[in-house]
Design a protein around this ligand. Structure first.
Ligand SMILES: NC(=O)c1ccc[n+]([C@@H]2O[C@H](COP(=O)([O-])OP(=O)(O)OC[C@H]3O[C@@H](n4cnc5c(N)ncnc54)[C@H](OP(=O)(O)O)[C@@H]3O)[C@@H](O)[C@H]2O)c1
Ligand SMILES: [Zn+2]
Length: 347
């Protein structure tokens, strides 16, 4: 089968590790399904994998890709009652836990130490014509939800949803600052924040991307400098925003801590520009801030996202589509920071 994989890991030129070629088509073991991938989307995670930054040891070749929507083609031996029938359209819930440890038995998915997403070995990635999926990670897609839009949901939209409504616990009328404007998670956070009745402020390093944020429904968009904290405090009655969604890391961490209100929450799920900014502990405890780590989200949250697409309330922003074979062009676009929402690969 055709696949997009890391043939090498690390080094100074991560994109040079990328190859498109044939890989063996897998057979589903008991409890697993084989899914024919029809649409899959790129995440910054795929660039981290090429760089060798991963939650699991990486031995090339590593098929990349965390997200997919497609069709169930076969199940391994065993009972398939209650599962989406062979031939039906599905989207993958991306978090795969061991199902056996003390955390899994208590339904605490975040605490399973063997938790993985697709492309983290031993799981293969979704940038391929077929992918093996634990049967419990399939979610049936309603007719009204397209495969391209569904392929955007599992990582970027799920992460943004969990950050906004799970970790920050935001409610209609609350204010939120999203760091970064044009990326997958950032555009998801703007769109979902508006659907959730939030006032969304955005920062971006680029004027055209600030305009994109406004077009998506942000209340205001700012450059990433200290003046922006003063502006946000002014816009919120001298207080600061209820929560900040931080994925940029070192370039914006100081601004995040300054712009959030006393007692507010900074939710962190990424560190694109570096993961070790000064912690500013005095600011954290004097102002009673909560720093909340966040990774992916729950299966129920993914089902809510599918339902939002089904009613038409949510339309994920897709900046460009590429055939699977042209994945390197999509990777290059993301590496240059030229995204406008999600980059989708069609199989
Ligand atoms: N923990 C999780 O579960 C999880 C899930 C998804 C993503 N993430 C992480 O979140 C981050 C974003 O992921 P993504 O897939 O949305 O990536 P992406 O589509 O490539 O977007 C990159 C984002 O980062 C911002 N950015 C990049 N470099 C920057 C810089 N030098 N200065 C300021 N802003 C910069 C961009 O803002 P501009 O609009 O200003 O260019 C853009 O919004 C990645 O680090 C990823 O690993 C984590
Ligand atoms: Zn477990």
């Amino acid at each position: 089968m055709l696949a997009v994989y890391a043939a090498k890991i690390g080094g100074d030129h991560p994109l040079a590790n990328l190859e498109v070629g044939e890989q063996p088509r897998p057979e589903p073991p008991p409890g697993w399904a084989l899914v024919r991938v029809q649409a899959t989307s790129l995440n910054h995670h795929d660039i981290w994998t090429l760089r060798g930054v991963s939650g699991a040891p990486l031995t090339p070749p590593v098929i990349l890709g965390c997200d997919a929507a497609g069709e169930v083609t076969a199940y391994g031996d065993g009972d398939t009652a209650g599962l989406p029938p062979v031939g039906s359209r599905v989207v993958l819930y991306p978090v795969v836990t061991c199902g056996r440890c003390a955390a899994c038995r208590r339904d605490q998915w975040e605490a399973c130490r063997s938790g993985r997403v697709f492309s983290e070995p031993p799981l293969a990635g979704t940038f391929a014509e077929y992918v093996l999926v634990p049967a419990g990670n399939l979610l049936a897609l309603p007719e009204a939800v397209g495969l391209v839009e569904a392929s955007c949901l599992p990582t970027a939209y799920l992460t943004a949803y969990h950050m906004l409504f799970g970790r920050a616990g935001l409610r209609p009328g609350d204010t939120v600052l999203v760091q970064g404007a044009s990326g997958g998670v950032a555009t998801a956070a703007i769109l979902l924040g508006r659907i959730g009745g939030l006032t969304v402020y955005v920062t971006s390093r680029d004027e055209a991307k600030r305009q994109l944020a406004l077009d998506l429904g942000a209340e205001a968009a700012f450059p990433q400098d200290r003046e922006t904290a003063r502006a946000l405090i002014g816009l919120t009655g001298g207080v600061g925003v209820d929560a900040v969604l931080e994925t940029v890391g070192e370039a914006t961490w100081d601004l995040s801590l300054r712009a959030v209100r006393g007692g507010g929450t900074v939710v962190v799920s990424g560190a694109t520009t570096g993961d070790n900014p000064p912690a500013q502990l005095r600011r954290v405890f004097f102002r009673r801030l909560t720093i909340a780590g966040s990774t992916m989200g729950t299966r129920g949250e993914l089902a809510s996202l599918v339902a939002l697409c089904e009613t038409g309330a949510l339309r994920p922003l897709v900046g460009a589509r590429f055939p699977l074979r042209e994945a390197p062009a999509a990777f290059a676009q993301m590496a240059r920071g030229e995204t406008r929402g999600k980059l989708v690969l069609e199989v």
